[in-house]
Design a protein around this ligand. Structure first.
Ligand SMILES: Cc1cc2nc3c(=O)[nH]c(=O)nc-3n(C[C@H](O)[C@H](O)[C@H](O)COP(=O)(O)O)c2cc1C
Length: 178
């Protein structure tokens, strides 16, 4: 479905007091979406259930960011980060996401969960959008997809390392400094 949608370049927003919530199975297929998610993305919950979460993937998002998310949650840790998502209309909305694994009583990962709030627009504009554009440019400068992902991932990790803090600390520092 997402492949047929063209980005409009128009940004849409959701209220700061609301959270966009979804849950997925281990493969990233949506098992729950709250009202705010449905409203901003332009789908009913019924349409979202069972769909891959990439249904709202925006083409401006570097693959390296999703690799970092998946590597982190699949190893049982939580992650914070900024994501540009695409609604059914092609409009986009930025989120500050907290993605977590859910465990059963034996400690096995059984599902994933994401809560997103509205990010500070100046952080997105001044720090995140330029960083993601650069990582995407690096990814796309390689003809081979695997090499592109590796180079983009290295650029992302190097950027975090240059700030001398962990990835989550950096994401939080950006969000709360603004
Ligand atoms: C709990 C959870 C929430 C996710 N939320 C989003 C999201 O809001 N937007 C998005 O593009 N991908 C999200 N993803 C990542 C997608 O599963 C997928 O990796 C990403 O869209 C890249 O898709 P692609 O590899 O098909 O290009 C989420 C994954 C999980 C497990």
């Amino acid at each position: 479905m997402a492949a047929e949608i063209r980005p409009t370049g128009r940004e849409v927003f959701f209220p700061a007091k609301e959270l966009i919530v979804s849950k997925t199975d281990l493969k990233g297929r949506i098992t729950y979406a709250n009202r705010t998610f449905c409203h901003i993305a332009g789908y009913s919950e019924e349409e979202l259930l069972g769909q891959p979460h990439s249904i709202i993937r925006h083409p401006d998002m570097p693959r390296a960011v999703f690799k970092l998310v998946w590597d982190t949650i699949a190893s049982g840790r939580e992650i914070f980060g900024y994501v540009k998502n695409m609604a059914r209309s092609g409009d986009h909305y930025w989120v500050f996401a907290h993605v977590t694994p859910s465990f059963d009583a034996q400690g096995n990962i059984v599902a994933y969960h994401s809560n997103r709030r509205t990010p500070d627009p100046s952080v997105v504009k001044n720090a995140i959008a330029p960083l993601y554009a650069e990582v995407l440019r690096i990814e796309q400068s390689h003809r081979n997809g695997k090499d592109g992902l590796a180079a983009g991932y290295k650029a992302l990790v190097d950027f975090v390392a240059s700030k001398k803090v962990s990835y989550d600390e950096l994401m939080f520092a950006l969000q709360s400094a603004a």
